[in-house]
Design a protein around this ligand. Structure first.
Ligand code: 2NE
Length: 267
């Protein structure tokens, strides 16, 4: 992935709105309803990595090309015995979105099914067009996601509904999806991009550190040790920016005992 460059992207379109702080990642396989193959996952990973590392980017939109599908999941034509990318291809991408310390917004028109449905669920927010259709198809095609695709879904919609979605493989329209807490809002298809930008700009007016720590905190309860690690990493990052944190480092470098006496022990 490290060797990939933007000019080499074939399955994904990667754009940044100069001066806006918004990156947009578009899965670009509309003829396959934006199903992902191993290369797509690799390219998505590269784009998310770039957006994470670019200090100008404050929010990321994930979407699919065209109006017929956000993503129809794993490309069944290239599914082998071991999966799409080893056995954990999709899981790594999910984890990457979870760990990305900036809000990721799924902008959904058309089908978000199978692995495509999981992708929107792990995004922080989902803005859907009124033609959006949601659901899992895995058990129909001999697949399932026992990771976030199951456990995070149950957190979003409750245990009974999650079992219904997975066991029956029904599809749900955008209004049903909003009612069950799968998505944030539904807008007419023609307003999808504009509304998504409104939500992004609204977030970008707020403190990036507050959003970063809140994302880690909201993930933490679900993510076990990894979630605590993420939250803990944020605490360390903030502490390193403080006078108290710097006093320890400075004292070490100056080969003197640290003087922490001026720092209050807050209740
Ligand atoms: C998405 C859906 C409902 C769209 O239906 P429709 O009628 O609008 O389009 P159509 O004609 O079915 O699809 C257009 C073309 O895209 C291909 C189709 O085969 C078709 O190709 P041609 O016949 O024109 O050559 N296409 C669509 N989705 C594809 C896919 N996932 N893989 C390969 N080709 C695909 C309808 O297309 C649909 O139900 N698609 C399959 C959805 C699905 O079952 N996805 C996999 C679920 S499993 C998964 O993603 C997964 C997981 O469960 C766990 C971990 C990781 C991944």
């Amino acid at each position: 992935v490290a060797s990939l460059g933007k000019e080499e992207l074939t399955d994904v379109i990667y754009e940044k709105a100069v001066g806006e702080g918004i990156a947009k990642i578009t899965i670009n396989r509309p003829e396959k309803r934006n199903a992902f193959r191993p290369r797509t996952i690799q390219e998505l990973s590269w784009c998310f990595g770039d957006a994470r590392d670019d200090p100008e980017v404050g929010a990321i939109i994930l979407t699919g090309a065209g109006t017929l599908a956000f993503c129809s999941g794993g490309d069944q034509a290239v599914r082998g015995k071991g999966g799409y990318v080893g056995e954990d291809g999709i899981a790594r991408l999910n984890v990457q979105i979870r760990r990305l310390p900036k809000p990721v917004v799924a902008m959904v028109a058309g089908y978000a099914v199978g692995g495509g449905h999981i992708l929107h669920m792990v995004c922080d927010l989902t803005i859907a067009a009124d033609n959006a259709v949601f659901g899992q198809t895995g058990p129909k095609v001999g697949s399932f996601d026992a990771g976030y695709g199951s456990t995070h879904m149950a957190r979003l919609v409750g245990q009974k509904k999650a079992r219904e979605i997975w066991f029956l493989c029904r599809l749900y329209d955008a209004h049903e999806a909003r009612e069950m807490g799968l998505i944030n809002t539904v807008v007419p298809l023609a307003q999808l991009e504009e509304e998504t930008l409104v939500w992004c700009r609204e977030m970008l007016r707020n403190s990036p550190t507050a959003l970063r720590v809140l994302k880690a905190a909201l993930n933490a309860a679900e993510d076990g040790q990894a979630g605590i690690q993420e939250l803990g990493g944020n605490a360390t990052m903030l502490f390193y920016q403080s006078e108290e944190g710097n006093e320890g480092r400075q004292a070490y470098l100056e080969k003197r005992p640290p003087d922490f006496t001026k720092f209050k022990r807050l209740p």
